[in-house]
Design a protein. Structure first.
Length: 176
């Protein structure tokens, strides 16, 4: 039996009121984590995430944990695997680069993974198809870039291995 409406829903998710409430909570959380404080006399803003990130090891772990909350909420709002992968990439980039002492702390304050992920969630709700396509292209590009880096590391390892062998064998290596 049908009710005369044969259109299928585009996406499963919570009712509009619940969705809007979650979006507002995530917007506020992103602001606190990434933009709550301003350096006087500048437009540069940073958040609690950058401050907590100053604590070696623990700060980066705490920041990544807070960022994962955005992914959990995006999944509850019906985000595709592609969008969730893009969000995870943002968190991974911020966490890995943020772990570098000094430079990582500056990067953490400027990259703002939580604001990026909030914007992805917001766009997903407003323009789900456009966001999915853009995220798929991003994920494909990231996979190609990671593959290129792995290939370069492999080539570098082989070259260094040959040079080391030549140095240890007195110049009589496999290529000489």
């Amino acid at each position: 039996m049908t009710d005369g409406n044969d259109e299928l829903p585009v996406r499963r998710g919570p009712p509009v009121e619940v969705r809007d409430k979650r979006l507002e909570e995530l917007r506020k959380m992103a602001w606190v984590l990434d933009s709550q404080f301003r350096i006087p006399g500048t437009n540069f803003r940073f958040g609690v995430d950058a401050l907590v990130g100053l604590v070696p090891g623990l700060g980066d772990f705490a920041g990544a944990t807070a960022s994962l909350f955005f992914m959990f909420q995006a999944a509850r709002l019906g985000a595709s695997k592609t969008i969730l992968t893009r969000m995870a990439t943002n968190v991974a980039i911020e966490t890995l680069v943020g772990a570098v002492p000094g430079l990582g702390d500056i990067f953490d304050a400027t990259f703002k993974a939580n604001k990026r992920n909030y914007k992805l969630i917001e766009r997903m709700v407003i323009e789900p198809d456009t966001t999915h396509v853009a995220s798929r292209k991003f994920v494909t590009g990231m996979m190609l870039a990671i593959g290129a880096v792995v290939l370069l590391i492999g080539i570098l390892a082989v070259v260094l291995g040959i040079l080391l062998f030549q140095a240890l064998a007195g110049g009589r290596g496999p290529l000489g």
